[in-house]
Design a protein around this ligand. Structure first.
Ligand code: ZN
Length: 433
């Protein structure tokens, strides 16, 4: 994941353009991707796909020809979607088109102007202060044309048509945590899911923020009923503890699975209620869709000084945080995959577990023995294994193991309404490890 982040980091991405295509081409080496193009001007819900923006070079030079700001040194130096400009400007004029961060004089800010025609340079405050000559030559060699917006999907079919959606935005230029960490964890998660026997189908979406998610929803309006569960991954590599932002409904299975996993893995974490701001969960959870999609982050957007600045570099992202975020997603997916309701086949009195070779057997684990009693007692077809795990205050994997043992002994049967092919047995996939 850290290697992928370093490889993608120098590319100048935006909501459209070659940077996104190049990013998706590199990603396609890791996972199977279907890349889609939506023409500029296409109406998507209440929005229009914007013109395509590309940039080749940009600089500020002294009149003697010395580059004092150079796009080739950092993609953040140009405000995203800057219109082309070339000419000599006074310092006073130039300053109206400069952004800097006086509180962090060595950092370059990240600015965009997608829907308003403008141009600007983003510079360190030291660069800003060093520009004292009366005139400068500026050039932004960019263009805006009727092209298309690019996004990609990785679809992994499972036994059920019900889908788990994983979404990451791909529109930020050289920013590591906000953008690339989500891409890297989503890609790694797709590789993991691809190796598993799957109950659910999985759809990974790599799309520009906001407009990409809106376009996907617009094009799949009749399809979204299949989305059973979902996670937006954004800012999952910084050193802060995990934050899970619940879906709009707040008590969906993904919300409960995430909360359960975070509680049982120990360590610091935060669970936030839904709010209509943040990442693309805003679109998936808009009231007309109201999908069961939460958002996994570490430090929430805007809560750390490095956010949307050049200090959000690959050095800001830690390997431990990326792995921890990935493992949390995998654990939550294992809950979704393994969650089901059962019916105790000997509900009158406790079954004599010794008769089935189950008493004190399962590796001598007291937790699993206790979990068997809970599963037998609450498996009346109305409680899922996740309900039971929460009530018993046991980890889902322990309860799932107990249910497997009871099912093998024919003490447990799937609750009516769930077909065999729809119930994933935990850990029975071949070639998983
Ligand atoms: Zn951002």
């Amino acid at each position: 994941m850290t290697q992928l982040i370093r490889e993608l980091y120098p590319i100048c991405r935006s909501i459209t353009g070659e940077g996104v295509r190049q990013t998706l081409r590199l990603l396609a080496r890791e996972i199977p991707l279907h890349v889609r193009e939506i023409p500029s001007g296409t109406r998507v819900l209440d929005w229009d796909v914007p013109r395509e923006w590309n940039i080749r070079d940009a600089w500020i030079k002294t009149v003697r020809g010395d580059r004092v700001v150079d796009f080739r040194a950092h993609t953040l130096h140009v405000m995203s979607y800057s219109v082309p400009v070339r000419g000599r400007v006074s310092l006073q004029q130039l300053r109206r088109h400069l952004h800097s961060l006086p509180d962090h004089p060595d950092w370059i800010p990240y600015r965009t102007s997608y829907y308003e025609e403008d141009w600007a340079f983003c510079v360190t405050h030291r660069q800003y202060e060093a520009m004292t000559e009366p005139e400068y030559d500026v050039c932004i060699d960019s263009d805006l044309h009727d092209g298309s917006m690019t996004y990609a999907e990785c679809f992994l079919p499972g036994r059920s048509d019900t889908e788990v959606l994983v979404s990451a935005h791909v529109c930020h230029p050289s920013l590591a945590n906000d953008n690339l960490s989500g891409i890297a964890v989503a890609a790694q998660l797709a590789r993991y899911v691809a190796m598993k026997h799957r109950r659910y189908s999985y759809r990974f979406i790599f799309a520009p923020g906001t407009i990409g998610a809106i376009a996907w929803l617009a094009q799949h309006e009749s399809w979204v009923g299949r989305i059973g569960h979902g996670i937006v991954l954004a800012g999952v590599g910084d050193p802060g503890p995990i934050t899970y932002k619940a879906s709009r409904r707040g008590n969906t299975e993904i919300d409960r699975a995430m909360a359960h996993v975070l509680r049982h893995r120990g360590g610091e974490h935060k669970i936030e209620a839904f709010s209509p701001y943040g990442h693309d969960e805003r679109q998936y959870c808009s009231p007309g869709f109201d999908l069961a999609v939460g958002c996994l982050m570490r430090s929430p957007w805007g809560s750390y000084p490095e956010y949307h600045t050049s200090a959000d570099s690959p050095d800001f992202v830690t390997r431990e945080s990326l792995e921890d975020s990935l493992e949390t997603c995998i654990a939550a997916i294992e809950v979704l995959e393994g969650n089901a309701a059962y019916v105790n086949q000997r509900p009158k009195g406790e079954p004599q577990l010794g008769r089935y070779g189950l008493y004190g057997r399962t590796g001598g684990s007291a937790d699993v023995n206790m979990a068997m009693l809970w599963v037998l007692n609450l498996s009346d077809g109305r409680h899922t294994l996740l309900d039971i795990a929460e009530r018993a205050q046991l980890s889902f994997s322990t309860v799932r193991r107990a249910a497997d043992a009871l099912q093998d002994a024919d003490l447990l049967a799937e609750a009516p309404g769930l077909t065999t092919r729809d119930v994933a047995r935990h850990g029975d996939a071949e070639g998983v490890r």
